[in-house]
Design a protein around this ligand. Structure first.
Ligand code: ZN
Length: 117
């Protein structure tokens, strides 16, 4: 299995899918972006969709992060979102989200995890 490197508290990279959702589904996905209930959460996953057209872009903070995401290997902005989940904390109302991108330039995977504060 390909190594996963931590680039920061919120960013990881690997030459192979990183998150459980992409490890399980990405090799078999045929649609660009579908919604699946997985490990207790609703996950968007698929062969990849541009950040600008991802359905979860209705969240302004998330949309801003998605659209500014670059590859963890080559810093290319030519990326596709292959997995994404959002979760609103029922107590605080904070938005949490995780997503993973694949680079169209070098093929590397980068995963991001954020909590809105
Ligand atoms: Zn790249």
């Amino acid at each position: 299995m390909a190594a996963i490197e931590d680039l920061s508290n919120s960013v990881r990279r690997s030459t192979a899918p990183i998150l459980s959702i992409t490890r399980q589904f990405y090799p078999f996905d045929t649609e660009p972006c579908t919604l699946t209930h997985f490990q207790g959460q609703d996950w968007y996953h698929g062969t990849g969709i541009t950040p600008q057209t991802h359905p979860a872009s209705r969240f302004p903070v998330l949309f801003s992060d998605l659209c500014s995401s670059v590859c963890g290997f080559c810093a290319s902005p030519q990326v596709l979102v292959v997995a994404l989940q959002t979760c609103v904390n029922p107590m605080s109302g904070d938005l949490y989200y995780d997503y993973e991108i694949v680079c169209q330039t070098c093929g590397g995977f980068t995963a991001f995890a954020y909590a809105e504060n």
